[in-house]
Structures are given as structure tokens and as C-alpha cells.
Design a protein around this ligand. Structure first.
Ligand code: ADP
Ligand code: MG
Length: 263
């Protein structure tokens, strides 16, 4: 994509697996090392926007307006309390978008075109926080992205649904975005006291090999408390095990992106 910008979409059609938490904390970790980072919130629930302290009143323009073409990306960007991290917030308007643009020939390319029209190099990383669905919004993100980052919750049904997600990535690659790759799979909400959780991580590694990051995100109460303070966990409690894990994940992501970019 434009200049040196890397676009990563955080996707999984299951809800509650850690997409938003991962998008927010990965973005914060990247911003903390001096990257210029933008989150594009395309979940109508707007949890990334709320979790970064963007009040609903400050969402005058949103990802909905960007996708309908009523706003440029730049005009919809809001600064967050995290230096170097901006966000295009979302609103519930997004719920109606699919119907509204269903007949438009460029319906899957709305986000890609909006991102291409922004000034090159304004951001070094753009992370997209997807809704829990393989709908038109998620397809827009896959059409726009360089890579897909998949959070999987450490639970019995972790792998269920993954093949459908990977099939969708294949379809997008085979049609509108041949360069799309899988950034990686991150296991989330790991509880080491639970034997099942260990088994799940082993199973996923056995199935998906190196696609799975070495870093496993632990279940950590500080991570779950942070959004209610409008802060990423990394700002709320840097020393927490969850924050430390997200910092580690960021370095893995950066290493992979450098490799992907060079390829
Ligand atoms: P998604 O965006 O996939 O729906 P979220 O990131 O919103 O998932 O996470 C779902 C819930 O789990 C949220 O309440 C979040 O605060 C909590 N959560 C996510 N990751 C962790 C973690 N590592 N430890 C504890 N709670 C977590
Ligand atoms: Mg979410």
C-alpha cells in the first residue's frame, strides 16, 4: 500500500476472543516505540473507540462516513490519549451500511480506496478492528490489508471457525487482494492453571505451526479493567502480565512485518 504503511486487520468472526483488546494494545505498543499508528474501528459496537477513551460525542465523523464516502479518512481521524496513536472511531450507523452499499460495485473496496487516498506515510501502521462476523465490513478490511492477525481464545472450541476464516482469506486473496497474508494467530486469555488451556495451545500449534506467535496472552484482570478507564492496558498498568505479553507480541509482529515487507 501507500509508502511504508503496513495495514493489519484483526479479524475473527467469533465475538469475545480478544480482537479489540489486541488491536488497542498492539497499537499502543507500536506507538510507544515511535511508530505512527492509526486504528480504524469498523465494529458498530465501537469498543476500540470507547476503550481508547473516545467519547461518543467526539465521533462526529466515523468509519461509517468514510465507508459511505461522506468523509475522507483524514477528516474522520481523532487523536487518542496515547501519543502517536489516532483512531477513526465507529458508531452504530455502521449497522445499516451493508444494506446501503449492497448494490454498489465498489462495496468491498470502500475501505481500501479510502486508505489509498490518505497522504502516504502519515502512518507506519494501520490496524483495523473488525466486527465479530465475516460480513462486508470484514471483507472490506481484508481487501485493504497487507495481513490478517487472528486472535484465538484458549478455549475448547478455539479451532472451530478458523477454517472458515482462513477460507475467506483465501477467497479474498484469489480475487481482490492477491498479496494478502496471515500475519499470525495469537492465543488469548490463557489460564495456565487450566490443563485444558495448555492442551488447546498445543493443538493449535500442532495444526497451525509457525503461524502461531510464540507469545501467548494470559488472562489478566488488569487487561479486562483497562477499557472502563478509557485506556489501553499498557497505559493502565504497564507492569501487568497482560501488558508485558502485548509488548512481546508487538516485537513479534514487527519482525514478521519486516520479513513480509521485504518479500
Ligand atoms: P472481541 O473484540 O473479539 O469481541 P474483546 O477484546 O472485546 O474481544 O474481549 C472480550 C472481553 O474479554 C472483554 O471484556 C475484554 O476486556 C476481555 N479480555 C480480553 N482479553 C483479555 C485478557 N487477556 N485477560 C482478561 N480479559 C480479557
Ligand atoms: Mg471487538
Amino acid at each position: 500500500m501507500s509508502g511504508g504503511t503496513r495495514i493489519i486487520t484483526v479479524a475473527n468472526q467469533k465475538g469475545g476472543v480478544g480482537k479489540t483488546t489486541t488491536a488497542i494494545n498492539l497499537a499502543t505498543a507500536l506507538a510507544a516505540i515511535g511508530e505512527r499508528v492509526l486504528i480504524v474501528d469498523i465494529d458498530p459496537q465501537g469498543n476500540a473507540s470507547t476503550g481508547l477513551g473516545v467519547d461518543r460525542r467526539d465521533r462526529e465523523r466515523s468509519s461509517y462516513d468514510v465507508l459511505t464516502g461522506d468523509s475522507s479518512l483524514e477528516d474522520a481521524v481523532v487523536e487518542t490519549a496515547v501519543p502517536g496513536l489516532s483512531i477513526v472511531p465507529s458508531t452504530l450507523d455502521l449497522l445499516g451500511l451493508e444494506m446501503e452499499i449492497a448494490a454498489a460495485p465498489d462495496r468491498v473496496l470502500r475501505l481500501r480506496n479510502a486508505l489509498r487516498n490518505q497522504s502516504p506515510n502519515a502512518y507506519t501502521y494501520i490496524l483495523i478492528d473488525c466486527p465479530p462476523s465475516l460480513n462486508l465490513l470484514t471483507l472490506n478490511s481484508m481487501a485493504a490489508a497487507d495481513s490478517v492477525l487472528v486472535p484465538l481464545q484458549c478455549e475448547f472450541f478455539a479451532l472451530e471457525g478458523l477454517s472458515q476464516l482462513l477460507q475467506t482469506v483465501d477467497q479474498v486473496r484469489g480475487s481482490i487482494n492477491p498479496a494478502l497474508t496471515i500475519q499470525g494467530i495469537v492465543m488469548t486469555m490463557f489460564d495456565g492453571r487450566n490443563n485444558l488451556a495448555n492442551q488447546v495451545v498445543e493443538d493449535v500449534r500442532a495444526n497451525m505451526g509457525d503461524t502461531v506467535y510464540q507469545t501467548v496472552i494470559p488472562r489478566n484482570v488488569r487487561v479486562s479493567e483497562a477499557p472502563s478507564h478509557g485506556k489501553p492496558a499498557i497505559l493502565y498498568d504497564l507492569k501487568s502480565t497482560g501488558s508485558q505479553a502485548y509488548l512481546q507480541l508487538a516485537s513479534e509482529v514487527i519482525r514478521r512485518e519486516r520479513r513480509l515487507k521485504a518479500a
